[in-house]
Design a protein around this ligand. Structure first.
Ligand code: IPE
Ligand code: IPE
Ligand code: MG
Length: 242
């Protein structure tokens, strides 16, 4: 099983269009899919789920779609916290939330605080998030913390300042909706993640579809730069010691 699954939930608009519905109907249906996905992670004992809900580029959409998305986000935060608590799910939001309406910022802080003690699933929503933004805010905070240090920085110096510093890097990345790109999602953290793309539109990404993604993941050989033979040798060693 993957420890950390990261998802770009794409295809809501096309799902709605196929049904002659307004795009927004797809986003609403997408919330139901997300609830199911959270349950799917709980059922499988997957401890980290991170989803891309709104990118820093999504402000470019028509104003009425952006407004409706923000309202949907607020409504979901208000309605779902109880359920998250019941299932021992901790909610975090990553991204530049200072750009959101103060009321939404307040709801985000409340939802995070109300679920902060939960331990079964770390559920993270990326909102007004961009991978490049994340790296830059981390660099700025890292430099500010040690203003006298001029050189010799290493990767491990930056990592504590990244938005996902609390989590291991994603094992499995899923993008629904048929597009095969990262769209400025977790850039630093996806360096060695197994990528899974599916044409299934997000509102139709049900538990069988999730299972298919996990099955694909389990067939991958994660070499992290090593050779297959080295990996076979390592597992033989582990087997004899066990
Ligand atoms: C993803 O679905 C949801 C958000 C970006 C908020 P889209 O709205 O991008 O759906 P398509 O890609 O237009 O079908
Ligand atoms: C990416 O989806 C971001 C989210 C799912 C929130 P988009 O549909 O906005 O991505 P592009 O613009 O097609 O790459
Ligand atoms: Mg899209």
């Amino acid at each position: 099983m993957p420890t950390h699954v990261a998802v770009i939930m794409d295809g809501n608009g096309r799902w709605a269009k196929k049904r002659f519905l307004p795009r927004f109907a797809g986003h609403t249906k997408g919330v139901d899919t997300l609830r199911e996905m959270v349950r799917g992670c709980l059922d499988r004992g997957i401890p980290y789920l991170t989803v891309f809900a709104f990118s820093s580029e999504n402000w470019r959409r028509p104003q009425d779609e952006v407004t409706l998305l923000m309202q949907l986000f607020m409504k979901a935060l208000q309605q779902e916290v109880k359920r998250l608590n019941r299932h021992n799910v901790r909610l975090r939001i990553i991204g530049d939330i200072s750009q959101f309406d103060p009321k939404l910022q307040e709801l985000i802080r409340e939802a995070e605080a109300q679920t902060a003690q939960n331990t079964k699933l770390n559920f993270t929503i990326a909102a007004n998030y961009g991978g490049r933004w994340d790296i830059m805010q981390a660099v700025n905070r890292m430099l500010a913390a040690q203003p006298d240090k001029r050189d010799g920085w290493v990767e491990a110096d930056l990592e504590p300042y990244l938005s996902m510093s609390f989590a291991p890097e994603p094992d499995l990345f899923i993008r629904t909706g048929g597009e095969e790109r990262i769209s400025n999602f977790l850039l630093w953290q996806l360096a060695y993640t197994e990528l899974y793309f599916t044409g299934t539109l997000w509102p139709e990404f049900d538990t069988e579809a999730f299972e298919a993604a996990i099955t694909s993941y389990r067939q991958r050989e994660r070499r992290f730069g090593r050779t297959s033979e080295q990996l076979a040798g390592d597992s033989a060693k582990t087997d004899t010691h066990a």
